[in-house]
Structure formats: structure tokens, C-alpha cells
Design a protein around this ligand. Structure first.
Ligand code: ZN
Length: 254
């Protein structure tokens, strides 16, 4: 019995490396360091690429003119390319009424369906023009409303790298891979995704990240591994519900 439980824990413990804000202008020094690290340990991360980056916050970073060649080369290595918003410009306030109640500003939440559909469609077209395959999406600032999800579904994007819980789950024919913590944390149980923002890294950040990756390298999974762990059984739903409730409480009291 204990062995079965141990095996269950082991096969349901893993972390997908999700890197946010991949665009022409970004912290390329850190990206190159990460790329070498991933190569040496045979890690295949998920990169959130902004198809039409207009976020002025990123302009201070170095620009690469061969950006899309780079994206294609990552995909060729088996790294997963996800769509991270369209322009990454926030033009709506959520007032915590967004789908996950995260709050903060949004590129999608609160816009009518047509506007959201057009943004997602244009983003997907850019990837198509650049010969890059997209199977997943995550919104800037984690902010969605129902129209975002309906628009994604109608355009054939069924995988969202966001959500509460400890196990990937399906809801209304959409798959959610949970993303819980701002810092890289390895939980003793659960399938998680990180959120890594290279543009805000300090000189020390890569060393800390390298230590985390090296220490947990056996638990790092790919996007396909995460999809294979989707589980809607009673026990998974129960623990996902528990995480949602406790994280919401933590946020309220922070
Ligand atoms: Zn972002």
C-alpha cells in the first residue's frame, strides 16, 4: 500500500519550466545562460513568446533582429513555444474580477469578445507566418475572462499555462497546467509550472536559478509530460480545490 502511494506521489511530482516575456527586446545575456544550462541537462522548457511586442518596459533591453530564427531554432530542439498575449500592453483594469481573481491590469480581461478574438487571431497568424507551431497560451499578468477562454477555444488553442491546483485539469474542454508561485519552489507533490522573468533578473539570479535546476533536475518535465498528467478524478479535484481556497486566503491576508 505504501509503495503504491509512493509511486503515485513520484509520478505526480514535477515542474515545467515556463519562461515569460520572450520577445525581440529582452535580457539576452540571461537567456543565453539558460539555454546553455538547459542544453547541458537536456531540459526542454516552455517559452512564452509575445508575437507583437509593444510593451515599452522591455525597450531598455538588447534587441535581436534574428529573433524569429531563434524561435524556430528553439522549437526545432523540442522546446515548446507558447503564445504569451498579443502585444503585452495592459489597457484594462480587472479589479480582481478576472477569471482567477489575481487582479491587476490586463491585455484581455474586459474587452468584448470580438476584440479579444482579433488579438488572439492576429497573434496566431504571426506565428503561422513565422512557421512556428502554437499549442498553448498564457495571458500577460495571468488575467483572463470568459471571453478570452471562449476565443482561445474557438481558435483551436486548448492548453492554458495558468490556474490553481496541484494537478493539471480540464474544464470546459480546456486544459489548465497550474502556475502557483512567483518564486521557483519545488513542492513535495504536484505538477507545476514556473514563471520566470529574465528581464527582472539581477546578477545573482542566474546562479540561484542554476542551483534550483541542478538540484531538481530529475523532477523537471516537458509540456507533453504535463499534458499527460491531466486528471479530473475526485482526489485531484479535491486537492486542487484545497489549493485554490488556501492561496486565495493567503492573497487576501498578504
Ligand atoms: Zn508577461
Amino acid at each position: 500500500m505504501i509503495k503504491i502511494f509512493k509511486n503515485y506521489l513520484k509520478s505526480n511530482t514535477g515542474i515545467l519550466i515556463r519562461i515569460d516575456d520572450i520577445a525581440e527586446n529582452m535580457n539576452w545575456t540571461a537567456m543565453n545562460q539558460c539555454e546553455n544550462l538547459f542544453e547541458s541537462l537536456n531540459i526542454r522548457p516552455l517559452l512564452g513568446v509575445i508575437p507583437n511586442n509593444l510593451d515599452e518596459d522591455f525597450n531598455s533591453h538588447e534587441k535581436r533582429d534574428d529573433f524569429w530564427d531563434k524561435v524556430r531554432s528553439w522549437q526545432k530542439k523540442g522546446w515548446e513555444i507558447a503564445m504569451h498575449g498579443f502585444s503585452h500592453v495592459y489597457d484594462k483594469e480587472t479589479n480582481k474580477k478576472d477569471y482567477f481573481n489575481y487582479g491587476g491590469r490586463s491585455e484581455f480581461y474586459g474587452h468584448d469578445y470580438e476584440t479579444q478574438l482579433t488579438r488572439i487571431k492576429k497573434g496566431l497568424q504571426k506565428f503561422k507566418d513565422e512557421k512556428t507551431t502554437i499549442r498553448s497560451f498564457f495571458a500577460p499578468n495571468h488575467t483572463y475572462d470568459e471571453n478570452t477562454l471562449i476565443a482561445l477555444k474557438s481558435l483551436g488553442i486548448n492548453n492554458i499555462i495558468d490556474g490553481y491546483g496541484l494537478i493539471p485539469y480540464s474544464e470546459n474542454e480546456l486544459n489548465f497546467i497550474p502556475q502557483l508561485f512567483y518564486k521557483e519552489i519545488m513542492l513535495p507533490f504536484g505538477i507545476q509550472s514556473t514563471q520566470i522573468h529574465l528581464n527582472y533578473w539581477s546578477d545573482q539570479s542566474f546562479n540561484d536559478f542554476e542551483k534550483f535546476i541542478t538540484k531538481n533536475k530529475d523532477k523537471i518535465i516537458t509540456f507533453d509530460d504535463a499534458l499527460s498528467k491531466i486528471n479530473n478524478n475526485y482526489f485531484s479535484k479535491f486537492i486542487n480545490f484545497g489549493t485554490k481556497a488556501s492561496l486565495k486566503t493567503l492573497r487576501i491576508f498578504r
